[in-house]
Design a protein. Sequence first.
Length: 144
Amino acid sequence: MPGLDPDGIRRFLAERFPQALEWPLEIGPLVDDSVTIGLAVDDSHLRPGGTISGPVLMTLADTAMYFLLLAKLGPIALAVTTSLHIDFLRRPEPRPITAKAELLKLGRTLAVGRVTLALADDPRPVAHASVTYALPPEPPSPSR
């Protein structure tokens, strides 16, 4: 099954998972088994103290990995996160942020990736996540 380009991802999400489009995310194309998404941060993404909140960073990491799978594998609605480990490395200022998801291993039932989160104008990571997704089983082939 062919993967989806950024417009295809948006169409698929609008049809099957519209809440995934609630944030104004920019979606980049699949490049060397990686996808980068961007978020223009606003006050709703901040915690007290004026920094991007941990739940926002975790959501971006998970979303970037899911979008990578859609870009690589096509419309797989039933892929689910089985593991997400995140390390917060430094305080993220309230500026636009990117999440680059890279595929480390793609198996029949699991996909493993890493996601690096950084401010859009600063390449130093603010967080790093390891994310594993369970992939739905392939439908049985029709008998002849």
